[in-house]
Design a protein around this ligand. Structure first.
Ligand SMILES: Nc1ncnc2c1ncn2[C@@H]1O[C@H](COP(=O)(O)OP(=O)(O)O)[C@@H](O)[C@H]1O
Ligand SMILES: [Mg+2]
Length: 236
């Protein structure tokens, strides 16, 4: 088993009574749930429910006001910068607005992500080949983001997230700007990645068609709180 896999098998995510306030605004309140390595989980809920805040907490972009958040048994609130960086390097993220760098080609965008995680230089080209092939963008490799369609941009951004061999992929409303065809294409890719590589996937969405189509665990948020949870897989 590779070192990457051994590490990923320990990367359960555990929210324990987490509250995050911005001043007097309560973004999320008393959240408790655990996502096990290899799970595919939707975080659903209307705009303002606290979905993005949960992802930002996982990324250590913001800290809980109270409660604890552990990833792989590391308490993010108590850990040193180098520990947080190590965890951060195992998390790939995709966003509704793609967040690709406009003056870099698709290949250069991916190379930059690999550079940030100090990916071994000798494997760089092979890895870029692999992820670009996986998302079916071989013919777009040397193009700039402005030359791609929305669906292609999101697949490029997924390739960038995959390049670092993530243990966890966070997808924040990744289909928000996509048409139906590209929405389903992306969902299929995420589902295949989860199945074949056992990468944990946490995807936020307010699209109930997507949630209904997949039979995955769904955590519904409302006003920063867990309103209900559906776990199709447990029922089987
Ligand atoms: N940086 C911030 N400063 C102040 N309030 C924020 C900040 N980020 C989020 N919020 C508030 O927290 C709540 C949850 O936001 P968010 O997590 O972005 O929800 P969602 O992603 O479900 O739309 C909202 O009321 C939002 O206005
Ligand atoms: Mg959001």
């Amino acid at each position: 088993m590779s070192a990457a896999l051994r590490f990923s098998s320990r990367m359960n995510i555990k929210f324990n009574n987490v509250t995050k306030k911005y001043g007097i605004i309560v973004a999320v309140s008393q959240i408790t749930f655990e996502v096990k390595s290899g799970e595919f989980v939707f975080i659903a809920g209307p705009s303002g429910a606290g979905k993005t805040t949960l992802l930002r907490l996982i990324l250590s972009q913001t800290k809980p006001t109270s409660g604890t958040l552990e990833i792989g048994n590391v308490d993010l609130g108590q850990s040193k910068k180098h520990q947080l960086e190590k965890i951060r390097k195992k998390i790939g993220v995709i966003y509704q607005d793609y967040q690709l760098i406009p003056d870099k080609t698709i290949e250069e965008n991916i190379a930059l992500a690999l550079d940030i995680v100090s990916y071994p230089k000798k494997n760089l080209h092979h890895q870029i080949d692999e992820v670009i092939r996986k998302v079916n963008l071989t013919t777009r490799r040397f193009l700039y983001p402005s030359q791609l369609s929305g669906g292609e941009l999101q697949r490029a951004s997924l390739a960038r997230a995959l390049a670092i061999d993530p243990a966890i992929i966070l997808a924040d409303e990744p289909t928000g700007n996509l048409d139906l065809e590209n929405t389903w294409r992306l969902i299929k890719l995420l589902k295949d990645i989860n199945q074949t590589t056992k990468t944990t996937i946490i995807m936020t969405t307010h699209n109930s068609d997507i949630i209904d189509s997949l039979d995955k665990r769904v955590i519904f948020l409302r006003d920063g709180m867990v309103e209900k949870e559906i776990n199709h897989q447990q029922k089987q």
